[in-house]
Write a protein that binds this ligand. Structure first.
Ligand code: DAK
Length: 261
């Protein structure tokens, strides 16, 4: 692949946007390859994905402005559709996705991070939705996901002003989960991923699905979704052995079992 790196180790997949000279800007090639590599990671049955950017400056500085500049309405719509399809694949990926934000996450880059389940950032990370300054609205889900994550007031302020914020501010408003020194980011992401993959994979996957689907509905329907996915854990090996080993006070066996599933 030209724009994406993919590696996999012990149930954890790492996808790196690899276009550092253009600050990992999302052109159609990056989006296409990202889509393909997500399919590959799904086939590999990874239990946690880490998404990051190559280089020390950027996670992704947004959609590729030079590619977008002369798009017709029709082409713009097609580009937007492609982006939304890929971002949806990230959001509904059947295992947790951690964004390890290593620098600028602007426009489409911020929107991509917001599709992930958990966002951790290095101290130099910068977030923002500068689209209104370019004459467009956020088009890869920014108006929807930012408001859901940080509330409508803060989302509107960020989108209407187009101002960037630093990692500490992003942490304060709840856009990200944690901040760490740049040199420790991937180590931190790996630690977090390992603490996820040592748990029962079906239960983790069903929890993600219940949270995501529940957020799209009212509480009563959400509880119905939870009941269905809770029920779906039963009669699985994960649940049977997970509980048996707990009752036998055999934590090691429990861990070992999930590791080898
Ligand atoms: N697109 C293309 N190239 C980019 C880029 C981008 N978004 N961001 C940076 N680059 C390129 C620069 O042009 C430069 O290339 P060369 O000149 O070296 O060839 C190289 O990356 C290094 O950038 P700078 O020289 O500018 O580096 P600085 O450190 O000085 O500044 C910066 C870093 C991140 C502050 C600056 O590069 C910047 O402001 N970049 C643009 C950030 C931005 O506005 N991002 C939002 C893009 S708009 C849609 C759906 C979604 C979208 C659009 C449509 N549809 C529904 C149709 C999404 C829109 C966006 O994301």
């Amino acid at each position: 692949m030209e724009y994406i790196l993919y590696e996999k180790e012990a149930w954890v997949g790492i996808i790196t946007l690899n276009r550092p000279k253009a600050l990992n800007a999302l052109n159609s090639g990056v989006l296409e390859e990202l889509s393909q590599v997500l399919d590959q990671a799904k086939r590999d049955e990874v239990r946690c994905l880490i998404l990051t950017g190559a280089g020390e400056k950027a996670f992704a500085a947004g959609a590729d402005i030079s590619e977008m500049r002369l798009l017709s309405r029709e082409e713009g719509e097609r580009f937007g559709k492609k982006g939304n399809q890929v971002f949806w694949k990230v959001e509904t990926f059947p295992a947790p996705v951690i964004a390890a934000v290593n620098g600028f996450a602007l426009g489409g880059g911020c929107e991509l991070a917001m599709c992930c389940d958990i966002r951790i950032a290095s101290e130099n990370a910068v977030f923002g939705q500068p689209e209104v300054g370019l004459g467009i609205t956020p088009g890869f889900g920014g108006t929807q996901r930012l408001a859901r994550l940080v509330g409508p007031g803060m989302a509107k302020q960020l989108i209407f002003t187009g101002k960037n914020i630093k990692a500490e501010e992003a942490l304060r408003i709840g856009l990200i989960n944690s901040v760490c020194p740049q040199g420790e980011l991937m180590e931190e992401a790996g630690r977090l991923a390992r603490s996820i993959v040592r748990n029962a994979p079906i239960a983790v996957r069903n929890s993600k699905e219940a949270i995501n689907e529940g957020l799209d509905t009212d509480l009563r329907s959400g509880l119905g979704i939870e009941e269905r996915l809770f029920g779906a854990c039963f009669e699985t090996e994960d649940q049977r052995y997970g509980m048996d080993f707990f009752l036998d006070k055999n934590k090691d066996k429990q861990r070992e079992m999930f590791k080898n599933r």
